[in-house]
Design a protein around this ligand. Structure first.
Ligand code: PGA
Length: 251
């Protein structure tokens, strides 16, 4: 059985005050989330604050990105070992905003994935197609190319300790969610692609859906066979919404 995972990607939002309120709100309602692991990914600077506030709870935390380098003269970068050092469990890699706004390639994302894993973090690898790619009917090719960048560098075995997030780019922050069937189709494709290389790895890996997931659509998405949780942007900034998505994964 794959445990559901609901991850909040706060993106570049918050202040020390709002972070306190958000984390307090999540902690206050967490007992009603009985099946899913809940994790939050704050901006780097708020990670220590979140770590202190979450100490002794079952809520984990991670980073939204990570350097592909271990240490040294890389101005502005944050090393995976540093994130591990301050208690992060996860690091998101290859989010579509990194790929499209900052030009991060499949290969660069794969190096970040490897660096994160080598430092003891669990990478959350984001994959997903642009609207025009869906319209051209090449969704599966795009997702396969993004997955294969990691498999070619590291082998399929690395997905034994990693998470995949399928995020159709046209659904991110737009209020347009993929239908449960549209999402399931791609999730099943991803799992089948891995199964072709290693069945046990494919059976075990959590594949999250991301893109305008909210309390109103979470239950039907999470009910699909190959959807094992969510990567939540906007709705993760509201404790009640984030918790409601977590509760939607209760058995
Ligand atoms: P959204 O973002 O939930 O606001 O669409 C999801 C994401 O970008 O991870």
């Amino acid at each position: 059985m794959r445990q559901p995972l609901v991850a909040g990607n706060w993106k570049m939002n918050g202040s020390s005050g709002s972070v306190t309120a958000l984390v307090e709100g999540i902690k206050a309602g967490i007992d009603a989330v009985t099946a899913a692991e809940m994790t939050v990914c704050p901006p780097y600077v708020y990670i220590p604050q979140v770590a202190t506030m979450l100490a002794g709870t079952a809520i984990s935390f991670g980073a939204q990105d990570v350097s592909d380098q271990e240490a040294g003269a890389y101005t502005g970068e944050v090393a995976p070992g540093m994130l591990f050092d301050v208690g992060c469990k996860y690091a998101i890699v290859g989010h579509s905003e990194r790929r499209s706004i900052y030009g991060e390639s499949d290969e660069f994302t794969a190096r970040k994935f490897a660096a994160a894993q080598n430092a003891g973090l669990v990478p959350i690898l984001c994959v997903g197609e642009l609207l025009e790619e869906r319209e051209q009917g090449i969704t599966e090719q795009v997702v396969e190319r993004q997955l294969d960048a990691v498999i070619n560098l590291e082998g399929v075995g690395v997905f034994g300790t990693a998470v995949i997030a399928y995020e159709p780019v046209w659904a991110i922050g737009t209020g347009k969610t993929a239908t449960p069937d549209q999402a399931q189709e791609v999730h099943a494709f991803i799992r089948a692609r891995l199964a072709g290389l290693d069945q046990a790895i494919a059976d075990g890996v959590q594949i999250l859906y991301g893109g305008s997931m909210n309390p109103g659509n979470a239950a039907e998405l999470l009910a699909m066979q190959d959807i094992d949780g969510g990567l939540i942007g906007g709705a993760s900034l509201k404790p009640d919404d984030f918790l409601a998505i977590g509760k939607a994964a209760n058995n």
